[in-house]
Design a protein around this ligand. Structure first.
Ligand code: HPA
Length: 271
């Protein structure tokens, strides 16, 4: 694995040239247009990157994008690798390993999620303050490479409190409605049953989705700072009868896009 990480990083260094970014962004479902805010873009399709798998889901295009945002060098993943696609955890999280190898210190993640918190409405933007890993596997299972991080990493502050505070300050300045909450990560690809949404709420979850947790675990293992947001694209629980679909999720994510973009751009500028 160490060899593959180095090989991929070396390829990207030579393709991109110049200074490597200290900030990376993983763009979730329907949030891909954040790339419109990246200047001097260089697109590298995943299919051209050694050791990268190819993204398979409709609505997730697969490109690594290098450029600048608010004058800062950034790299962005347009499309991520999901466990439900059949990739193993090492593959899902491989790009985060490469980011670290390139020198990335801060990771921004975004996703679409179903809301269990009764105060949420569709289109809300939730700052992730913590998560619950309900994937059947931890991406760090197996041999630990001390070069990458410790065998038993603490997860006391999975999402940077400092960055959450910065987001709140930006939200206040710009008059945004920003919710806080705990993200529950599950495998999918099924959306939840009413009883499952209820269960996730009872155990302390505010929103549920099919991504993010593996990448955040690997980023924290490597001591990167993490900031995450969920767009609430549907609501679930025992009294909710609306049927979620991938199309609805994408539509709702589009609605929240202006808020998400404004927040993310300011965060990158000021982090
Ligand atoms: N459940 C799981 N993943 C999701 C949901 C949901 O309700 N909405 C968007 N991604």
């Amino acid at each position: 694995m160490l060899e593959k990480i180095k090989q991929t990083a070396e390829f990207l260094r030579s393709r991109v040239g110049g200074e490597m970014p200290k900030v990376a962004v993983i763009l979730g479902t329907g949030l891909g247009s954040l790339v419109d805010h990246i200047d001097e873009k260089l697109y590298i399709p995943y299919s051209e990157i050694p050791n990268f798998p190819v993204s398979t889901v409709q609505g997730h295009s697969g490109n690594l994008i290098f450029g600048t945002m608010g004058g800062k060098r950034v790299m962005a993943m347009q499309g991520r690798f999901h466990y439900y696609e059949g990739y193993d955890m090492k593959t899902v999280t491989f790009p985060v390993r490469v980011m670290k190898e390139l020198g990335v210190e801060t990771l921004f993640v975004s996703n679409a999620a179903g809301g269990m918190n009764k105060e949420f409405v569709v289109g809300d933007v939730m700052i992730i303050t913590d998560h619950i890993n309900l994937f059947p596997e931890n991406p760090l299972r197996g041999k630990n490479y001390e070069e990458l991080g410790p065998r038993f990493p603490a997860m006391t502050e999975p999402y940077s409190k400092e960055l959450v505070a910065l987001a709140d300050a930006i939200g206040q300045e710009k008059g945004m409605r920003l919710m806080h909450g705990v993200y529950v990560g599950t495998t999918g690809p099924t959306f939840e049953t009413p009883a499952e949404y209820e269960y996730f709420r009872v155990i302390g979850g505010d929103a549920v989705g099919m991504s993010t947790v593996p990448e955040v675990i690997v980023a924290r293992h490597a001591d990167m700072r993490v900031f995450g947001i969920s767009v609430i694209t549907d609501l679930g629980g025992k009294d909710i009868t609306e049927v979620p679909s991938h199309e609805e999720v994408q539509k709702a994510a589009l609605k929240a896009q202006p808020t998400v973009e404004a927040l993310m751009v300011s965060m990158v500028e000021r982090c």
